[in-house]
Write a protein that binds this ligand. Structure first.
Ligand code: HEM
Length: 399
């Protein structure tokens, strides 16, 4: 059983992180979500805060699209190019997603993540058991970046010269300033973001040009007839999505586990780690909203929605309805996994994210079994795209 008092406090403290980065947006979503399942808000769009309605929109490719003013395409395409997957729809999207699927299978992701994490595992465990305070945000940032490097197949000879801290900060800065009300980026924001991504563009170009055996993602795309520009777009998209989400999710999961003392249960029952991760993600919702544009005039659950109108799918508020962090509760089928989206646009990186979370959670449970862990310091990040810690220092209790 979960300690409901500790779990409530841990959940409340997690919610502060989204407020720190989007004070107005999160207040608006919370207010609307607490009153309506579906509500039109001028300038913003039609906000949906109910799991069943959101799932219905995710699954409906006829009436809703990601292309249009205020949707993913408007924000992403000028920065990453047309082939970023996150900003595509229709046949081209499906073709590209199919060709990337083999790189994101459970087997590939589990093996790759395990291999990468094993280079951190012993040292991190030793540092924690020796009583050293460890900033889990920095550890996760390095681990997430390195995992993506290996998954995409970026040049090994460049890895040693790479400054992970600068690279991750640069990647995260690209999505800064994106809010619920934003429908597109200014010319200056686009130029800045493109300039920041030049290093990724160079790495992707080099990989595409040098790989003739389809052993890397750019090489695989080359073999399947995709252009160099398409491969660059995909690499930029993966590097951005694959760092920001993980750096948001894994430290927050760590905090929820330790603060609610669920970590004690996990240290006795590591086989339940996936249940704990799913419930942590339900509370965290690393990408708190998604956007869609109506492709035609429709009536949706009694609301008249005009062609071109924007829908904001507030998965964060839909999830909040299911209460505080509690891995022992049975969840309704509509909410399960909704934080990864659903339908044709469901998160490509899901197996990678779960594999990364499993490695970290298992290590924390192992450490906690030997010496109890506690959070000794934390700071919210007030920049970035989603709620995250700037710092989360954990340590084994000395007495
Ligand atoms: C806990 C971590 C993550 C969460 C909660 C998450 C969440 C999401 C959500 C909600 C969507 C669907 C958005 C929509 O339909 O509008 C999505 C799509 C996507 N995600 Fe993730 N994501 C995570 C990790 C990752 C990682 C690690 C990667 C890359 C390595 C990634 C790459 C993508 C891509 C490429 C798409 C677009 C898929 C498509 O449109 O077909 N994500 N993600």
């Amino acid at each position: 059983m979960i300690d409901t008092e500790l779990a409530h406090k841990a959940t409340e403290e997690d919610a502060i992180l989204l407020k720190a980065v989007h004070p107005t947006g999160s207040k608006l979503l919370r207010y609307v979500g607490s009153k309506w399942r579906l509500k039109r808000i001028p300038v913003v769009g039609v906000i949906l805060s109910d799991a069943a309605l959101i799932r219905e929109v995710f699954m409906d490719k006829e009436n809703f699209t990601k292309i249009g003013k205020g949707a993913s395409s408007a924000l992403w395409t000028p920065v990453i190019g047309e082939y970023g997957l996150v900003n595509m729809d229709g046949e081209e999207h499906l073709m590209l997603k199919r060709s990337l699927a083999s790189s994101f299978s459970n087997k590939v992701c589990n093996e790759l993540v395990h291999r990468v994490f094993s280079t951190y595992h012993s040292e991190l465990k030793e540092r924690l058991l020796s009583g050293e305070p460890v900033d889990i945000v920095q550890e996760v940032a390095h681990f997430a970046y390195r995992t993506l490097w290996e998954l995409i197949g970026l040049p090994q000879n460049r890895l040693s010269q790479e400054n992970f801290d600068i690279a991750v900060t640069t990647l995260r800065s690209v999505t800064e300033g994106i809010t619920v009300t934003k429908k597109n980026l200014s010319a200056r924001q686009i130029e800045q973001a493109k300039a920041r991504l030049l290093f990724v563009e160079e790495l992707a170009r080099e990989t595409y040009q040098n790989d003739n055996d389809a052993v890397t993602i750019p090489g695989l795309m080359k073999q399947e007839g995709f252009s160099e520009e398409a491969a660059i777009s995909v690499v930029k998209s993966l590097m951005i999505t694959g760092t920001e989400t993980i750096i948001s999710a894994l430290p927050r999961m760590t905090a929820l586990f330790i603060k609610s003392d669920y970590i004690s249960y996990l240290s006795e029952h590591p086989e339940h780690v996936k249940t704990g991760i799913d419930e942590a993600l339900r509370v965290i919702v690393p990408t708190p909203v998604a956007a869609r544009i109506a492709t035609k005039d429709i009536v949706f659950h009694g609301a008249k929605i005009r062609k071109g109108e924007r829908l904001i799918l507030s998965t964060v508020e839909a999830s909040r309805r299911y209460g505080d962090f509690n891995p022992f509760q049975e969840l309704d089928k509509n909410i399960r996994g909704l934080w990864f989206g659903a339908g044709v646009h469901m998160c490509l990186g899901l197996p990678l994210a779960i594999a990364e979370a499993k490695e970290l959670a298992t290590l924390l449970a192992e450490v906690h079994k030997e010496k109890p862990l506690e959070v000794i310091e934390q700071t919210s990040n007030d920049k970035g795209h989603t709620g995250s810690f700037k710092k989360l220092i954990i340590q084994c209790r000395t007495s």
